[in-house]
Design a protein around this ligand. Structure first.
Ligand code: CO
Length: 215
């Protein structure tokens, strides 16, 4: 069986199982979504948000890209964030990185000619490296350096989120959402908390909107 055929077959079995447990399962879900959480994670196939958190459809609004980045010129992730925060009114935003991330490891290497677009996407991770170069280079091994860049990249994305007008406005007017930076271990399946920013967080003045309620 080819990989895509397996997916279609498994989908039928999954849908039947859901209906057997709750006949109106899909009717209930089809009405609306009220996820409490926005998840911004890596595209890596080994870090599926719902599976590693044992969540059901409807619980998590998800955006994934290479190396779980929030880039202020990327309308894709910003649109997801705006919709989740301003319309779905999520109370929590999670940025989840993972150790052994191919994107992070690639960012620590030279650029590859055949990956012209990916190079540009990873340029922002290289900037995170440059910002924390001394700390990263103090790590004893290449593996430890990559692991620290994974963590620092998550932390920097949390600050990038806090610098957006979307988050600053929601913090000012509705005292939500909390921003959580997590990292996932591919080798043990465990999520660890790296950073939490709440609406009380004082944003550095150069990134702060003077009056976010007028944005
Ligand atoms: Co990754």
């Amino acid at each position: 069986m080819r990989p895509f055929e397996k997916l279609l077959l498994e989908n039928k079995a999954w849908a039947e199982e859901k209906i057997s447990k709750e006949p109106d399962y899909f009717k209930r879900l089809a009405k609306e979504q009220t996820p409490g959480v926005l998840w911004i994670g890596c595209s890596d196939s080994r870090v599926p948000a719902e599976i590693i958190t044992n969540a059901e459809p409807g619980e998590i609004f998800v955006h994934r890209n290479i190396a779980n980045q929030i880039i202020t010129t990327d309308f894709n992730s910003l649109s997801v964030i705006q919709f989740a925060v301003s319309v779905l009114k999520v109370k929590h935003v999670i940025v989840c990185g993972h150790y052994n991330c191919g994107g992070i490891k690639a960012a620590l290497e030279s650029q590859r000619a055949e990956l012209a677009l990916v190079n540009k996407w990873l340029m922002h991770v290289k900037d995170v490296y440059r910002l924390h170069q001394d700390e990263i280079e103090r790590q004893p091994t290449a593996e430890a350096r990559a692991a620290r860049l994974v963590e620092l990249n998550v932390i920097e994305q949390i600050y990038s989120l806090a610098h957006t007008s979307i988050i600053q406005q929601a913090w000012k007017t509705e005292r939500r959402p909390a921003l959580h930076g997590w990292v996932y271990g591919l080798d043990n399946g465990i999520l660890n908390d790296l950073i939490t920013l709440t609406p009380d967080h004082r944003i550095e003045s150069i990134y702060r909107y003077a009056d976010p309620s007028t944005i």
